[in-house]
Design a protein around this ligand. Structure first.
Ligand SMILES: Cc1cc2nc3c(=O)[nH]c(=O)nc-3n(C[C@H](O)[C@H](O)[C@H](O)COP(=O)(O)OP(=O)(O)OC[C@H]3O[C@@H](n4cnc5c(N)ncnc54)[C@H](O)[C@@H]3O)c2cc1C
Length: 195
């Protein structure tokens, strides 16, 4: 578990599954059958008729490390707004601690926390020396906490979940992806239930 991680659903297309089905039914002129088959949407998704689920989208607030958001924003079919390190002074040493460093008595944890303290100490000294935050931030670590608001359509969310819940993915992003998956399975089970 990554302490400090946060994932919150901020907004979602209202009645999203109804909208997805309406778009799909239009393709086959079967609007009169809207809502008659519980498995209709999941069958379309399974078949690869995924443009239908692009009509619905969701917006998430995510608090995580810069290491994570650097990977997340590689997903291009999206809209992002991220806390700026150019305009915001990161005066507090606010960072994500990977579980590997949680045992405070371990040698690795000591190295990690000392390097965080040293980074923020250098950052504050650079600001005191007259550097702008956009320059001083060059000494801040990947672990630095950040906040981002992400909007993706359902097709892109499915794509992200497949890639980022995989054991090959970064553990922190995997945890975020699992939290998003839990939320989406509750919000739109016909679209996300198979993941
Ligand atoms: C385990 C793992 C390891 C990774 N390691 C690295 C690494 O070492 N270095 C690195 O640079 N990246 C790495 N990545 C990032 C990866 O290469 C992708 O940039 C990232 O996952 C975004 O995925 P995407 O391009 O499929 O999708 P998105 O940007 O989410 O796009 C969704 C889909 O739209 C289509 N699409 C989008 N844009 C285009 C386009 N321009 N042309 C054609 N089709 C498009 C594709 O079908 C794509 O799958 C890694 C990702 C994972 C999951």
């Amino acid at each position: 578990m990554y302490n400090g991680l946060e994932v919150k659903l901020l907004a979602i297309t209202p009645d999203s599954e109804n909208l997805v089905e309406k778009a799909g039914r239009l393709c086959y002129a079967s609007g009169d059958k809207q809502g008659t088959n519980e498995n209709w949407i999941s069958a379309r998704v399974k078949q690869g008729h995924e443009s239908l689920i692009e009509h619905a989208s969701a917006t998430f607030y995510i608090k995580a490390s810069r290491a994570l958001t650097h990977e997340l924003v590689r997903h291009r079919i999206a809209s992002y707004s991220q806390r700026s390190q150019r305009y915001v002074r990161e005066l507090q040493a606010d960072y994500i601690t990977p579980p590997e460093f949680e045992d405070k008595n371990s040698e690795a944890a000591k190295i990690f926390h000392e390097s965080m303290s040293a980074a923020w100490s250098s950052y504050r000294k650079l600001l005191d020396a007259g550097m702008k935050p956009e320059i001083a931030r060059y000494v801040l670590p990947n672990a630095c906490m950040t906040e981002i608001i992400c909007t993706w359509n359902f097709r892109e969310i499915r794509h992200i979940l497949k890639l980022r819940t995989s054991p090959a993915a970064l553990p922190e992003i995997r945890e975020v992806a699992h939290k998003i998956a839990d939320i989406m399975k509750e919000q739109a089970p016909k679209v996300f239930g198979d993941l």
